[in-house]
Ligand binder design. Structure first.
Ligand code: SF4
Length: 353
């Protein structure tokens, strides 16, 4: 799959586009003006695997606070700007590594020009973040309602403006809360524009539904070779967004590393708490760097065979628990010791976690 069709931009030291690894983003839910709380959340996000973090900049104190936050953050910081272009200018002074503007609400072209000129001076990229729920009045009047073509037109207009001001260091997003419409919008954009794509389904929902909607929208695009950075928007703690983003990248074959847990659904042959065991094993191995698959299977009869391609696995039968490697029995243990023994074996054969 050719992932080099887009241009390369840099948010701080992080490469985005043109074959760079697809990065995972989230957004803090702290008040940006609260430097201590925001930095603490950024550190938690970075520890969870976040590559780039976005902060809301709704007022001047937030734009000023970015100065300290950017100097302390271990990952690049994106300033999220709506309505007031002066907040973008102040965020740039504070050292923001990337600026996100919503073209539907930033106002007349002169204001976009002012942001473009300031970003060019600082070599700072701009994400044109088109949002189906806040398209400009002119485009809405033309199309009647948000649609993929309307969103692409919004992107086109703003790319044209930035290009006219000599600015080309652009990333694009075309998000809406409808996964199918989101997919279609990005497809149109990828045909027409050379810029890296930030993928996301916006206002996707609470953790369960939001992850499904995002996995459909983001996953479909990633499997077509589109997308350079992703954000899974969830009504949940931002660390959940990172876990989900990384899981989607892994499912699309774009990230490796760590333990991948597979587990059977269980059926009438299952005689133990397979769901609890799968979660216990997954949590215990969450920090593993070694690239392995671990199967948690319901029964001794079919489990090892069904999971023959897994590196490790466990199952439980009438005679107790078994641990298997590549489909072959490696140890027998009492059922109540099964997960503990499996985790110990993997840890002891993996060096440090
Ligand atoms: Fe059922 Fe056993 Fe297959 Fe799990 S591994 S689905 S318990 S037959």
């Amino acid at each position: 799959m050719d992932r080099t069709r887009t241009r390369r931009i840099y948010a701080g030291a992080l490469a985005i586009g043109n074959g760079a690894p697809v990065s995972v983003q989230s957004m803090c839910n702290t008040k940006t003006s609260d430097v201590e709380a925001t930095c603490a959340q950024i550190l938690r996000l970075a520890a969870a695997g976040c590559d780039i973090v976005r902060l809301a900049v709704p007022d001047m104190p937030s734009a000023v606070a970015l100065g300290e936050i950017c100097s302390l953050s271990p990952i690049p910081v994106v300033a999220d700007i709506h309505f007031d272009f002066r907040l973008a200018l102040e965020s740039l002074k504070s050292g923001a590594h990337k600026i996100r503007i919503n073209p539907g609400n930033i106002g007349p072209p002169e204001r976009i020009k002012a942001v473009a000129v300031a970003c060019r001076e600082k070599n700072t990229p701009i994400r044109i973040g088109v949002n189906g729920g806040s398209l400009g009045k002119k485009i809405l009047a033309k199309y009647g309602a948000p649609s993929p073509r309307a969103m692409a037109e919004s992107a086109r207009e703003n790319i044209k403006l930035l290009n006219e001001y000599g600015f080309d260091d652009i990333c694009l997003s075309l998000k809406c809360s409808d996964a199918k419409m989101t997919v279609e919008s990005y497809r149109i954009a990828s045909e027409e524009f050379p810029y890296p794509l930030h993928l996301g389904v916006t206002e996707a929902g609470t953790a369960y539904n939001g992850i499904i909607r995002s996995a459909v929208g983001i996953g479909a695009l990633l499997c077509e070779g589109l997308g350079d950075t992703v954000r899974v928007s969830l009504t949940a703690e931002p660390e959940e967004e990172i876990r989900a983003g990384i899981a989607i990248l892994k499912a699309a074959g774009l990230r490796r590393g760590g333990a991948e847990i597979i587990s059977c659904p269980g059926c009438g042959r299952c005689s133990y708490d397979i769901a609890g065991t799968a979660i216990e094993v997954e949590n215990a191995l969450a920090g593993l760097k070694r690239d392995i698959t671990v199967a948690v299977m319901g029964c001794e009869v079919n489990g090892p065979g069904e999971a023959a391609l897994s590196d490790y696995g466990c199952a439980c039968g009438k005679l107790g628990g078994i641990i298997f490697k590549k489909g072959k029995i490696a140890a027998r243990v009492p059922a109540e010791k099964l997960s503990e023994a499996l985790i110990k074996m993997i840890e002891s054969e993996s060096g440090s976690l």
